[in-house]
Design a protein around this ligand. Structure first.
Ligand SMILES: Cc1cc2nc3c(=O)[nH]c(=O)nc-3n(C[C@H](O)[C@H](O)[C@H](O)COP(=O)(O)OP(=O)(O)OC[C@H]3O[C@@H](n4cnc5c(N)ncnc54)[C@H](O)[C@@H]3O)c2cc1C
Length: 313
């Protein structure tokens, strides 16, 4: 009988070490916006805001953040409300969960693009905690709701020491994990105007697997009839995961307004999206692959939207 193979124990340092858990912190649940402002001004960088916790707790666990105080905003008035008014559009409290947003009848009826984008985020379980407000405030280049927010010309309404301030989402992202929120400010709600009549939208995300991975590339396109343009249509195009922030693609949008829409023009606009993309290499994909996929996905999203728009005629 041959001897059993000798097993050499793996040194502990060679094993994947379990994460050490969260560092200690004080948890404060607030129910008045003025108190949030006071705490933020008092504690500065030592304070962090909490909504669903799906980003902040991961970052704390991984040692990226170590706040002394975590301020839970979910009980502030209006933070979990969703309101729709045909004239004013959609108002979403910053702490509305993604599942609540995607299941709301007005969102399903009037903002299917938003539902598409939300439903690409992670898993159903995660979306019962994760919020669109947190997705925008985390300011990841890969934030899946950001391209939809950009093409829908969303307004971020902040509350701060001087009261309310409206920040168009195009000015909200300043860099990786950096937003235009000033010291003492927090995101209170998101306002999304009612899109023009006859519009169509599409969000396409490429991840490493079918469910629950961050985007290698994300492309949102919306289009609508507009008789003031030479093409008779206006398109808006935005990208995730191919630049330090989610971005619009004005070059593609201009091409599609200025000329009659043809197959060639859609291909030209998709190439403009590829040219605008300035991705990096990372573990999810190389810059070269991301650029090629930006063109590919932009073309597919443009085709889908154009197809919908033609059906409406
Ligand atoms: C397993 C897993 C998979 C994921 N997959 C995806 C994915 O596919 N696509 C994707 O886009 N994201 C993904 N994420 C990231 C995350 O789920 C989203 O970004 C989520 O929307 C964050 O919302 P939240 O409410 O959990 O934010 P939180 O974690 O509570 O907060 C996020 C950040 O915003 C700050 N913040 C919170 N509230 C406010 C406020 N009111 N004003 C200002 N700042 C505030 C926090 O301090 C923190 O820095 C994934 C995360 C995990 C753990």
């Amino acid at each position: 009988m041959s001897a059993a193979p000798k097993v050499t124990p793996t040194a502990p340092s060679m094993l994947a070490m379990p994460s050490p858990g969260l560092p200690p912190f004080d948890y404060v649940r607030v129910n008045h916006p003025g108190k949030v402002v006071r705490l933020l001004l008092e504690h500065g960088d030592n304070a962090r805001l909490l909504m669903g916790g799906t980003d902040i707790f991961v970052q704390m666990r991984d040692g990226v953040l170590a706040p002394q105080i975590v301020i839970d905003l979910k009980r502030l008035p209006g933070m979990t409300n969703i309101r729709y008014d045909p004239a004013r559009g959609l108002t979403v409290g910053a702490a509305v969960s993604m599942n609540a947003l995607a299941a709301h009848p007005a969102v399903i009826a009037h903002y299917p693009l938003l539902v598409q984008a939300v439903e690409t985020v992670a898993s159903y379980q995660l979306r019962s905690r994760a919020t669109m407000g947190g997705n925008l405030c985390n300011a990841s280049p890969a934030a899946d709701t950001a391209p939809a927010a950009l093409v829908l010309e969303t307004r971020c309404v902040a509350w701060g020491p001087d009261g309310e301030r409206v920040i168009p989402v195009k000015d909200f992202f300043l860099g990786v994990r950096r937003t235009a929120l000033q010291p003492g400010e927090f995101l209170a709600r998101i306002e999304i105007p009612t899109p023009p009549d006859g519009w169509a939208g599409r969000y396409i995300k490429l991840g490493r697997n079918a469910g629950g991975d961050l985007a290698i590339v994300g492309v949102a396109v919306m289009g609508y009839p507009d008789h003031s343009t030479s093409s008779g249509y206006r398109f808006k195009v935005a990208l995730a995961s191919v630049a330090p922030t989610p971005i619009r693609v004005p070059e593609a949008e201009a091409i599609l307004s200025a000329n009659p829409i043809t197959e060639d023009l859609l291909a030209q606009a998709a190439r403009a999206a590829e040219d605008t993309a300035k991705p990096i290499d990372d573990l999810r994909g190389s810059a070269r692959y991301r650029k090629a996929m930006t063109r590919n996905l932009a073309r597919r999203a443009l085709d889908d939207v154009w197809h919908e728009l033609r059906k409406e005629r």
